[in-house]
Ligand binder design. Structure first.
Ligand code: C2E
Ligand code: MG
Ligand code: MG
Ligand code: MG
Length: 281
């Protein structure tokens, strides 16, 4: 049965569902092996001050290349990792690797290299009490202050047990980290949480930013998010900025930070550091 041909017959549907399960199972096994064999790496995308263009942070983004050199997108493997529970060891690796690389940049710079790292945390990681100690240990064992990390969370983290997650967020905040709400505007949670939680930054989802200049509805949504953030005393980062015109427009609207291909695609660690060095010269 070809996957593209979905007939209404139950046996065809079953075969298709089986294919999907098998595909996921295969990826799960491969992902588990990849983690054990060190086939995962982090890439780094600059986050810039929209007013000055200066790099203030890098977001660390996981990459996976298998034995054959095939690269998988996090949009494919993170959901599989979340469903299988592998996100817990993978997420922990990402936190420790980010801290290790940031410390290596500091060492090369002979002091604070001048940027924070933004690390993504999945909802599943946030529901565990161990996340704050894991972050704390990753930072301290690399000689880093908590203020060097921004943790990017998603609204989905708040759905199941908001009170518990709030406690964990306060614990992370207590380490000195900055907390950012990722993909803001795409979730379904109650806006009242924004007031109660220690969130510093709203990251405006790429879907509202891309094509914004030709779409008045998107502009309206972006404006609404910016004024909400301002009213709540939060900063904002727009993601998916692909042109200078867009960066200028967002800056004029009062958005604090920007990220996107106009600045750089996610870079290998050495290239990201080279960008910092070039900047400080
Ligand atoms: P995100 O956190 O919203 O990350 C931003 C994504 O937007 C990245 O995709 C980045 O490459 C992409 N992007 C940045 N600028 C542009 C642009 O100008 N145009 C376009 N079209 N895309 C842009 P990426 O690296 O494929 O990551 C996708 C998602 O996977 C991330 O979305 C994040 O939610 C998740 N992810 C990546 N690494 C990790 C990780 O280590 N842990 C966890 N839990 N999630 C991760
Ligand atoms: Mg993110
Ligand atoms: Mg994002
Ligand atoms: Mg996104």
């Amino acid at each position: 049965v070809k996957r593209s041909k979905i007939s209404g017959r139950p046996e065809a549907y079953q075969t298709q569902a089986f294919d999907i399960v098998r595909e996921q199972f295969g990826m799960e096994t491969a992902l588990r092996r990849a983690l054990d064999r060190g086939q995962m790496r982090l890439t780094f995308q600059p986050i810039c001050d929209l007013a000055t263009g200066e790099v203030v942070a890098f977001e660390s983004l996981a990459r996976w290349a298998d034995e054959k050199g095939v690269e998988y997108s996090p949009n494919e493997f993170i959901p599989v990792a979340e469903e299988s529970g592998l996100i817990v060891p993978l997420g922990r690796w990402a936190i420790e690797e980010a801290a290790r690389i940031l410390a290596s940049w500091d060492e090369r710079a002979g002091g604070d290299c001048g940027v924070k790292l933004a690390v993504n945390l999945s909802a599943i990681q946030l529901q565990r009490d161990t996340i704050a100690p894991i972050v704390e240990r990753a930072l301290s064992s690399n000689g880093l202050e908590g203020s060097r990390f921004t943790l990017e969370l998603t609204e989905s983290a708040l759905v199941s047990d908001p009170d518990r997650v709030a406690g964990i967020m306060h614990a992370l905040k207590g380490l000195g980290t900055t907390l950012a709400m990722d993909d803001f505007g795409t979730g379904y949670s109650n806006l009242a949480y924004l007031q109660k939680l220690p969130i510093d930054i709203l990251k405006i989802d790429r879907s509202f930013v891309t094509g914004m200049l030709a779409d008045r509805d998107k502009v309206a949504i972006v404006r609404a998010i910016l004024s909400l953030a301002q009213a709540l005393g939060m900063q904002t980062t727009a993601e998916g900025i692909e042109s200078n015109e867009l960066a200028q427009t967002l800056a004029a609207l009062g958005c604090t930070y920007g990220q996107g291909f106009v600045y750089a695609k996610p870079l290998e660690a050495d290239l990201a550091y080279a960008l910092l060095e070039a900047r400080s010269r």
